[in-house]
Design a binder for this molecule. Structure first.
Ligand SMILES: C[S@@+](CC[C@H](N)C(=O)[O-])C[C@H]1O[C@@H](n2cnc3c(N)ncnc32)[C@H](O)[C@@H]1O
Length: 441
């Protein structure tokens, strides 16, 4: 195996080093490694992705299983060896690869890293793990999360934490959003069937269908023209809850990459819509998404917490605040969150969310509605955040979401747990702005 190798295990090692050692996101790491190499074989590509994603998903549990087999901890400079061992262990425990092939192919990686001295170590440890019949057990679902996440989830959800841990380790479905103004759900399912793709309507979200097997978007008929988009069913709820009417001034405040912006434009005619994001590169993604569906919106690069800088006057009837968050509800799609998020991030995010909520409230019309959403399952970012907000503003009432069937009603807002109705973990709260003196308790 030479540098620039297209060996899928060597590529997985590179992508995992980028995540574990350099703190890069897995999506970014997967793409970066592939730009330097040309992997033509579809099976190699699948193995590369499976190993990279799988080791992230099970990283902490695999480390627990590995530890007793190392006479002493590996040095920091040998993080590559640790990852090689985890790649081997993942194949042995989680994949249908013959043990001997998994060991032999994994051991070759040490030569590629120019550490021939470690050949015996990797070989010996993996073979001993096989001899001992080490396996993944149900308790490893929880062990696959960092300790601070285990503590937060167990404290926040004492009744549901085991289900949450398990659901976060399952593969997420590929869910599509159908623009039902252009094509009915039944028609879309039929179009997909013509291409050999099996899909079914989502049990609760009217615009959503789920593919039996994830497929490249290029093979999904209607994607190029915006008749279908890839979006989890939980995220498809936002446009409905915002309840816009023709002619309304609407602000999508943390809009990129534009999934919800596009949906808002597809379900509502004649909106005066501004899509705001503070990240210029991500704002470009909204532009590309708008071009795909051939629709327009005003795009502004700015900080939602500081509307005085970008706001040109005129209050908004509706605001969507899809705030930056821990993403703890979408771990099944982004298992690298387990490795990259730190406990200390949460207080910073909560403050950021508060600043955004404060800023946006000042540009919402009395009588207007602000929808707060996160893809988090941490109470601090969700119901406790809204509790803080409702206490702070006399002119805010939370509009209950008791008439819907998805998720779980909370004292404030509604929580969807990961895997519930096959959806991502999400939180929604509708905040209604009333004139002071009209607040109903
Ligand atoms: C959860 S993502 C939004 C996803 C998007 N609503 C969608 O459905 O495609 C959060 C976004 O907020 C943006 N963001 C973070 N802080 C912001 C701020 N202070 N002002 C505006 N945008 C912000 C990030 O750049 C990121 O694109």
């Amino acid at each position: 195996m030479k540098p620039g190798s297209t060996n899928p295990r060597a590529l997985a090692l590179q992508s995992l080093l980028l995540v574990i050692h350099d703190g890069r996101s897995l999506d970014d790491a997967l793409a970066t490694v592939l730009t330097d190499t040309a992997v033509c074989d579809a099976r190699d590509l699948a193995l590369y992705q499976e190993l990279s994603k799988g080791v992230c998903r099970w990283y902490f549990a695999l480390l627990v299983l590995l530890k007793p087999y190392l006479q002493k901890p590996l040095k920091a400079k040998d993080v590559d060896l640790e990852i090689i061992l985890l790649i081997g262990l993942y194949q042995i425990l989680m994949m249908r690869i013959e043990d001997h092939a998994a060991v032999n192919e994994t051991v070759k990686l040490v030569l590629w890293r120019k550490k021939p001295w470690a050949k015996g170590l990797v070989n010996g440890v993996l073979r001993q793990l096989i001899r001992d019949g080490v396996e993944i057990k149900p308790e490893h679902d929880e062990a696959s999360y960092p300790q601070w996440m285990r503590d937060t989830i167990s404290t926040d959800w004492p009744q549901n934490h085991q289900d949450i841990f398990r659901a976060g380790n399952c593969r997420a479905p590929m869910t599509l959003r159908v623009d039902t103004r252009q094509r009915s759900i039944a028609e879309q399912i039929e179009c997909l069937a013509d291409r050999g793709l099996v899909a079914s309507a989502h049990e609760l979200v009217e615009s959503a269908i789920e593919l039996d097997t994830p497929s490249p978007v290029s093979s999904v008929e209607g994607f190029d023209t915006g008749q279908v988009s890839v979006q989890d069913a939980a995220a498809q709820i936002a446009a409905v809850l915002l309840d816009c009417e023709p002619g309304m001034r609407v602000l999508d405040a943390c809009a990129a990459p534009g999934g919800k912006t596009i949906h808002l434009l597809q379900v509502n005619d004649d909106l005066d819509l501004i899509a705001l994001d503070q990240n210029p590169a991500r704002l470009k993604m909204i532009e590309q998404n708008l071009a795909r569906i051939n629709r327009q919106a005003r795009l502004i690069c700015g900080d939602a917490a500081n509307p005085q800088v970008w706001h040109e006057g005129g209050l908004f009837d509706r605001i969507l605040a899809d705030v930056p968050c821990s993403a703890s509800g979408v771990i099944r799609r982004h298992p690298d969150i387990k490795l990259l998020r730190r406990a200390s991030d949460i207080a910073r995010l909560v403050q950021q969310q508060r600043n955004i909520l404060d800023g946006l409230w000042s540009v919402l019309k009395p009588g207007g509605l602000m929808l707060y959403s996160t893809c988090s399952i941490f109470k601090q970012e969700n119901e406790r955040q809204i509790e803080w907000f409702v206490d702070k503003y006399d002119n805010c009432t939370e509009q209950s979401l008791n008439s819907v069937r998805w998720g779980e009603s909370r004292a404030l807002g509604r929580q969807i747990f990961p895997g519930q109705h096959n959806m991502d973990g999400f939180y929604y709260a509708c905040l209604h702005k009333v004139a002071i003196g009209n607040k109903q308790d």
